[in-house]
Design a protein around this ligand. Structure first.
Ligand code: DC
Length: 222
């Protein structure tokens, strides 16, 4: 079976881009688990679900149909009840609400189940917050990517401005710090490195350098 790779870390650490490129270079399948929490958040916002109500979130997660496909470049395309919501799940309103949805144990149980099914085929690169600790504790390779808050905020701003959304650095730093806090302090599956994860501080690294480090580690030990 092909190896599986877990990539965890806080918002804006570059996980998605790095995970996608590493998967492409290694011939593995990429899964962005954050996109799944984002899709449920979008569904809740659209339906007017109270995102602080665990029971309502559980019912929502059970009723929506979530599908993830990989396009020819390996990018994840996310479908919510058959509709392609890949762009919409990155909207600032989703950014601001997703941590509340992701801390709900019932939502996590359903999504982690789905992620484990995908992981059981082997040969996946998954990025998220609890991949090395909970979703794929036996992954052959685990990485934890981080970067300074300012650098992570600058990266998120650059992504947004490429899409025509403008926000100040201060505001972005506040939003990311608030999300980090909820993600790290929640009771179920908080953000933390697995004991056997390789920690990479990417503050001063280019995306290519991070991908090279991961691909090199995997190839070196295959
Ligand atoms: O990586 P991202 O910014 O797309 O993640 C969106 C949110 O989902 C973020 O608040 C953390 C949460 N998340 C999680 O709790 N567990 C995961 N495996 C992936 C994301």
């Amino acid at each position: 079976m092909k190896p599986s790779i877990a990539i965890d870390g806080p918002a804006g650490a570059g996980k998605s881009t790095v995970a996608r490129e590493a998967a492409a270079r290694l011939g593995l399948t990429y899964l962005d688990t954050g996109a799944m929490y984002r899709a449920i958040t979008l569904a809740g916002l659209r339906k007017g679900t109270d995102i602080h109500d665990a029971k309502a979130l559980e019912a929502l997660t059970k009723t929506v149909e979530l599908d993830i496909k990989n396009d020819s470049t390996g990018q994840n395309i996310i479908f919510l009840d058959g509709e392609n919501v890949t762009a919409e799940i990155r909207l600032p309103i989703v950014n601001r609400n997703v941590s509340f949805v992701a801390r709900c144990p019932q939502v996590r149980e359903i999504l982690v189940d789905k992620q484990r099914q995908i992981a059981s085929r082997g040969g996946v690169v998954m990025d998220g917050r609890d991949i090395g600790t909970i979703v794929m504790p036996t992954a052959e390779f685990k990485f934890f990517l981080s970067a300074s808050l300012a650098e992570r905020s600058r990266r998120r701003l650059a992504e947004l401005s490429a899409k025509g959304e403008e926000l100040g650095l201060e505001q972005m730093m506040k939003e990311i710090a608030a999300r980090d806090k909820i993600d790290s302090e929640r009771e179920v599956a908080p953000l933390r490195p697995a004991e056997d994860a390789v920690y990479l501080d990417t503050t001063l690294m280019t995306i290519e350098a991070v991908v090279d480090a991961i691909v090199g580690a995997v190839r070196g030990e295959e």
